[in-house]
Design a protein around this ligand. Structure first.
Ligand SMILES: CC(C)(COP(=O)(O)OP(=O)(O)OC[C@H]1O[C@@H](n2cnc3c(N)ncnc32)[C@H](O)[C@@H]1OP(=O)(O)O)[C@@H](O)C(=O)NCCC(=O)NCCS
Length: 159
């Protein structure tokens, strides 16, 4: 695995990431047919703000950045020390993202390992996450890192 230095995001990095994350969440929900284009941005913003009432400083939420040895930022992590459905002693991986030019070189696995180490050091005993079934790279990363499916949503187009 490549070396990465894990650090807190800066406020400016958080602000940029938040805007991009809201846009991407809105796009995903539109692509899944859940939200219409006129409501997507607002619903994504509301959902985000509900999870992060204190923004960057929301208790129990961690916003981390990963730099390579040259100091270039290769990815980010959004972690929670608690699970959104209240599973005891279980943290949650809300976001893991490797910058596009760095994908496929082991950084995703390095970030996931760093996320697990960070939460373990805070007394968290397991880690949950959500992933879209068609996100092959992410699904493979999780499967080969020891994650197993615990709930599954299914959908069939009727048109
Ligand atoms: C998912 C993501 C973090 C993986 O990061 P990465 O740096 O490309 O992954 P790595 O190089 O560490 O690869 C780790 C494993 O992922 C899987 N993988 C990575 N890219 C893959 C691809 N294009 N196709 C299939 N599997 C892939 C492989 O199992 C790989 O292990 P291997 O190299 O031993 O075969 C990255 O693709 C990403 O940022 N995607 C956009 C954001 C995202 O979808 N995040 C997940 C939200 S749930």
């Amino acid at each position: 695995m490549p070396d990465v230095l894990i650090r807190q995001m800066t406020q400016a990095e958080f602000d940029d990431w938040r805007a991009a994350a809201i846009r991407s969440h809105a796009d995903e929900q539109m692509a899944a047919g859940n939200w219409s284009p006129d409501e997507a941005e607002q619903l994504a913003t509301e959902g985000h703000d509900a999870l992060l009432p204190g923004g960057f400083a929301t208790p129990g939420m961690l916003f981390l950045a990963a730099d390579d040895p040259e100091g270039d930022r290769v990815g980010i992590l959004w972690l929670s020390e608690t699970h959104p459905r209240g599973i005891p002693d279980c943290g949650f991986l809300y976001d893991i993202e490797v910058a596009e030019p760095y994908r496929g070189s082991g950084y995703g696995r390095a970030l996931l390992t760093a996320a697990e180490d960070e939460l373990r050091s805070r007394g968290v005993q397991s880690l949950g996450l959500n992933v879209f079934g068609d996100n092959t790279a992410a699904v493979r990363l999780y499967e080969t890192s020891g994650y197993r499916v615990v709930t599954q949503q299914m959908l069939k187009s009727l048109t």
